[in-house]
Design a protein around this ligand. Sequence first.
Ligand code: SAM
Length: 272
Amino acid sequence: MSALEPLREVIARHGLSASKALGQNFILDRQLLARIAAIPGDLAGKTVYEVGPGPGGLTRALLDTGAHVTAVERDPRCVPVLEELSADFSGTFRYIAGDALEIDEAGELGTGVHIVANLPYNVGTLLLTRWLDSETWPPFWSSLTLMFQREVAERIVASPGDKAYGRLAVLAQWRSVPKIAMHLKRSAFVPPPKVASAVVHIVPGDAPEGVTPQAIAKVTAAAFGQRRKMLRQSLKSLPEALEALVGLGIDETRRAETLSVADYVELARTIA
Ligand code: SAM
């Protein structure tokens, strides 16, 4: 990594005590940060969008790969640190002081973007579903490298029959390919969060013909809305899906968690 002032000293100098309200749990270990920055593959010369840089630990690791990084941070206390970083890495780093939920990412960054984020759980899940639901496919992003609570990461990569399999797994797998790239102990963060974390890496896959994100959303919402019930009961709220189920020869007495992602794709195609 570059010979910049150590991160702990930057944090102390700017008085950046972690804010609970903003879900701040910082990673300070440079080796660990370099390993996370390596997950998307060779980033030299590529466009990286980092959400929630905080004091900039992961940002530095990303910049050290030779990437062009744009970061958006909501905490105004971090602006002076990011300003210093943009002086150290002029030409390869810029930041936006604002809320990631309000950014027009494709407009700001174009296409072929590698997104990297260590975000609070609720914001991370909201952004993930937005990125997965993109109307255009392939989307503006080439990969997502996102930190989640371990339990959420397991829901994203789950298979039928797993306890964690549900709506999020289908949304993340019907035209994307997710995997858990790294597990992190609570002690990797300052301050340590209540639960362990994991980094999920997602790349876009082939979009099945004739299936829309809206149809996938509708079918999975109805099916998993009452996941313990048989599909003939849970799909009552979406009669066209129930009809499609019968047409596809899927037993109506099965439960939502037993259907494969391919089954949901077929159901969505039929109702689309
Ligand atoms: N990336 C740093 C790291 O790994 O050490 C900080 C991670 S900390 C868990 C999450 C960061 O996201 C915080 O700096 C927080 O202020 C920022 N954040 C939270 N909500 C945000 C939002 N809606 N938009 C942009 N940044 C946000």
